[in-house]
Design a protein around this ligand. Structure first.
Ligand code: ZN
Length: 179
């Protein structure tokens, strides 16, 4: 049995904003008792924040036995990460929707991750040039320096996600991962 991970990954976050936004989201999550404010071992041998007494505020299915799970923490990640969806069905150009799934996009993702080389790709169809991180991934992947990962939590409520967007004043992507 694997572990599911739902991640909220804000879009268009500048490096200089990462720490400020992470602090703001942490204060909001703990202030509303959605997560505890003390770190503990609850994320795959790593430290994270346990569900708080009001965690049901964030989720659609309140019957799930979230509190009985070993890995049920929330991580606030403030370093460059590729948030992968479960597998990849399609990678396509954001301008013309041309399918580049069979190209070497994974090499460009690695270049982005290590941040040492350009990760731009020229679309073979419309010739637009864009970083691989701007292409459309199905299922959703995200590339960012800030994200909030909920381990084994049930689906998050749309209203909760909307509130997170308001708190940090950014649009977000939702990534459904599994390891
Ligand atoms: Zn294109």
């Amino acid at each position: 049995m694997g572990d599911n991970c739902i991640s909220i990954v804000p879009k268009d976050v500048d490096s200089s904003e990462v720490k400020i936004l992470a602090e703001r989201i942490f204060k909001w999550l703990t202030g509303n008792k959605i997560v505890n404010d003390v770190e503990s071992d609850c994320v795959l041998n790593l430290k994270g924040f346990l569900p708080g007494s009001n965690y049901k505020y964030a989720v659609e299915d309140s019957d799930i036995q979230l509190l009985n799970l070993v890995n049920n923490g929330v991580e606030i990640i403030t370093e460059r990460q590729v948030w992968q969806g479960v597998g990849i069905d399609k990678v396509s150009c954001a301008s013309c929707n041309f399918d580049i799934t069979e190209s070497d996009w994974m090499d460009l993702v690695e270049k982005w991750f290590y941040g040492v080389e350009s990760c731009e790709m020229t679309c073979p169809s419309c010739n637009s040039i864009a970083p691989i991180t701007d292409f459309n991934f199905e299922p959703v992947w995200a590339f960012a320096e800030l994200g909030i990962s909920f381990w084994n939590w049930p689906p998050l409520k749309k209203e909760f996600i909307d509130e997170v967007e308001e708190v940090i004043n950014k649009k977000v992507k939702i990534v459904y991962g599994r390891i």
